[in-house]
Design a protein around this ligand. Structure first.
Ligand SMILES: [Zn+2]
Length: 147
């Protein structure tokens, strides 16, 4: 998806798409997500919100340092507000870059045994994560450090 008319978040920022604004400044917007997570029993786990840069970029590394800093400062602020208002066990932060071309942080309040908690617990049980060989880890670390 390209910048412009096709980007949902650019429409939100431009005021062409309705939203429930929670915070706004010159560089960052935070909105309440219309889709709120539910527990197995169907009750809402309230407070899921999105924090996005007003600049249309598709990857975190496309932001300037200052823009990135502002984004995370506001994510911290909004996570603290969610924690204060809804008192979840924790507030998880996602960066779902694969679902949209306009990056955004998802702040998801979570409680023990809700779907988020189960995903992270299940991830430890399934085979997506394995202890990597020392040689492979050394090579990865070296390549990242030297870039
Ligand atoms: Zn956009």
């Amino acid at each position: 998806m390209a910048k412009g008319d096709e980007c949902f978040f650019c429409k939100v920022i431009a005021g062409e798409q309705g939203c429930r604004k929670l915070y706004e400044d010159e560089a960052v917007l935070s909105i309440l997500d219309r889709e709120q997570m539910t527990s197995d029993g169907g009750e809402f786990i309230p407070g899921r919100c999105l924090v996005l840069p007003k600049k249309h970029v598709s990857q975190l590394y496309d932001l300037e340092d200052e823009e990135c800093g502002k984004l995370f400062v506001i994510a911290k602020l909004m996570a603290a507000k969610i924690n204060q208002v809804f008192n979840p066990d924790f507030v998880t932060m996602f960066f779902p870059c694969q679902h949209t071309s306009h990056i955004h942080i998802v702040l998801q309040p979570s409680v023990e045994n809700d779907p988020v908690d189960k995903v992270f617990k299940d991830m430890r049980l399934i085979t997506y994560f394995k202890l990597a060989p020392e040689e492979l880890l050394d090579d990865m670390a070296r390549r990242i450090r030297e870039t």
